[in-house]
Ligand binder design. Structure first.
Ligand code: C2E
Ligand code: SIN
Ligand code: SIN
Ligand code: FE
Ligand code: FE
Length: 389
């Protein structure tokens, strides 16, 4: 019998791997270019329904990427809104004509020499999650046969991105669920969680160019930084909810929240079979090292300077800024200016000066976030210390 085996290279093999989205996107892009070499850019933007913000997430191109670290309100992007209203992709055959319009980012794309554009909305179970963009340098734009191929690749990209998002959402939701079944939810409100996430993103976005941070990294810092204090669920209420200053012994107990947090994360990762998931180091580093200080006098390990992972240095600044500007059982809320002065005073010995400068430059964004995510005063008195669920 003759063998049915013959040499075949699966051009999409990288999609099987535990690889960053950018690599999977590059793989799908290369496979697509075997058929449509003029499609020189594939990009993905994600939509945040709570803030109506559309933000760049990942891309593949050999050219200069016209839109890195870019975000805009969907409400300000009328042509993209139109795509959503119809639930249909959009074809632009000649971007040079389209670029007569005023939108800065369309002009930037045309300026890179792209002639045609295909934009496909991504849905997960009927909910809109973002867009896939294809740009081609070919004159004459996209014909029907090419569009049919783009549809297939567009859905492939969408499925790849969505499965990654689901892993992250499962992880974040399970950590949040752990928080919610404990007393700890009374101390750190949902508003605090959201604000911390946004502060961390502002800092990361500011550092993006100098530190060559990808949009994907920024997104993960945004999603994971609010989970930094998960280990506090293991701290007794008598310490966690103490109205006054902690004694030295009590503070030693409090300090265990970093290592306990690391243990909790590892248990969740194992239970949800996410341990091999590439981005978990970002989460683990934030939970373990957000109380390390630049001079090496922090806890739990005394890491120093740039040995502290950047995501932990970013989260530390976001955390302290929100702790200072919020009311806690042991302190009143400070004004933003008081908090900025305090943060400056903590550089360079305690906090990373670049991260602090980055946050201070985001005053108007900070005020927007504070207006959007306000603390709601607790409706009923807190349980007495010692009374656990
Ligand atoms: P947290 O409330 O989330 O505060 C996080 C970090 O923000 C603190 O880390 C500290 O670096 C900064 N921070 C918060 N409040 C203040 C403040 O009033 N002044 C200054 N200069 N910095 C502040 P730290 O010190 O490692 O504390 C870790 C956690 O220990 C705190 O998390 C809080 O839950 C608890 N804690 C710290 N001090 C006290 C205290 O005096 N009383 C009570 N009840 N808890 C405390
Ligand atoms: C993009 O290609 O990333 C955005 C294009 C558009 O908004 O039309
Ligand atoms: C989360 O931790 O739930 C995501 C960040 C946010 O709340 O904005
Ligand atoms: Fe902490
Ligand atoms: Fe904290």
């Amino acid at each position: 019998m003759t063998s049915n085996l013959f040499e075949h290279v699966d051009t999409l093999k990288t999609l099987n791997d535990n690889a960053p989205i950018a690599e999977k996107l590059a793989c799908a892009h290369a496979a697509l270019q075997q058929h449509l070499p003029a499609v020189e850019r594939v990009a993905v933007a994600l939509y945040d329904v709570r803030t109506d913000v559309l933000k760049t997430f990942s891309h593949s191109t050999d050219r200069i990427n016209p839109l890195e670290h870019y975000q805009s309100r969907l409400a300000d992007a009328s042509s993209l809104q139109e795509i959503l209203a119809h639930g249909q992709p959009r074809v632009i055959q000649d971007l040079t004509e389209f670029a007569q319009g005023k939108r800065e980012h369309t002009q930037r794309i045309a300026a890179q020499g792209y002639r045609a554009s295909y934009t496909m909305p991504m849905y997960h179970n009927g909910s809109f999650v973002g867009f896939v963009f294809f740009n081609s340098t070919a004159e004459g734009g996209f014909q029907e046969a090419e569009l049919q191929l783009l549809d297939i690749f567009g859905h492939l990209v969408a499925v790849t991105v969505i499965s990654e998002l689901i892993s992250i959402r499962t992880l974040v939701a399970s950590v949040q669920a752990t928080r919610h079944v404990t007393q700890y939810r009374d101390v750190e409100t949902g508003a605090h969680v959201s604000r911390t996430a946004h502060y961390a993103r502002m800092i990361a976005q500011h550092l993006a160019v100098t530190h060559k941070l990808s949009d994907e990294f920024i997104e993960h810092v945004y999603l994971f930084s609010p989970l930094h204090d998960i280990g506090k669920i293991g701290v007794p209420d008598s310490v966690l909810l103490k109205p006054g200053k902690l004694t030295v012994e009590e503070f030693e107990v409090m300090k265990t929240h970093t290592r306990r947090g690391g243990e909790i994360i590892d248990i969740i990762l194992k239970d949800f079979a996410l341990s091999s998931f590439e981005q978990v180091d970002i989460l683990r580093n934030i939970v373990l090292y957000h109380h390390e200080t630049m001079d090496g006098a922090g806890y739990p390990t005394g890491l120093k300077g740039s040995a502290i992972p950047l995501e932990a240095r970013i989260s530390a600044v976001a955390d302290i800024f929100d702790a200072l500007t919020s009311q806690r059982p042991y302190k009143n809320a400070w004004s933003n200016d008081e908090a900025f002065t305090a943060l400056r005073g903590l550089t360079p010995l305690k906090l990373d000066a670049e991260c602090v400068d980055a946050l201070i430059q985001c005053r108007s964004q900070i005020e927007e976030t504070q207006a959007q995510f306000r603390d709601i005063p607790p409706a009923e008195p807190r349980q007495h210390p010692g009374e656990r669920l």
